[in-house]
Design a protein around this ligand. Structure first.
Ligand SMILES: [Zn+2]
Length: 94
């Protein structure tokens, strides 16, 4: 796997010394071996559960609030940020 004492290009996986900053081929910022492990793990461990403004929101389910709460719980187990939005207008029943 990846050596935490080395750096790697996230694109071409070329190995570099820790002192290197960029891949000479791709001009990408190098990641340490530890970061590469997280990168290839799908970023799940590094991912924050909370939503940010940069997140693309997708509608997963529409239905009764009890169902949505259940799905929200499942998503939280997977570190997926969720937002329950009421389409009936107003501020919701909070
Ligand atoms: Zn590269």
């Amino acid at each position: 796997m990846f050596d935490p004492e080395l750096k790697y290009c996230p694109k071409c996986n070329e190995e570099y010394m820790l002192t290197a900053e960029q891949c000479a081929e791709c001009c990408l910022t190098l990641l340490t071996g530890t970061e590469m492990v997280n990168f290839h793990a799908g970023g799940r461990d590094a991912r924050k559960g909370a939503l940010s403004e940069d997140d693309d929101l997708v509608t997963v389910h529409k239905g009764a609030i009890a169902d949505l709460k259940h799905i929200e719980g499942l998503c939280e187990q997977e570190n997926i940020g969720t937002a329950i939005v009421s389409q009936s207008g107003g501020c919701g029943s909070g």
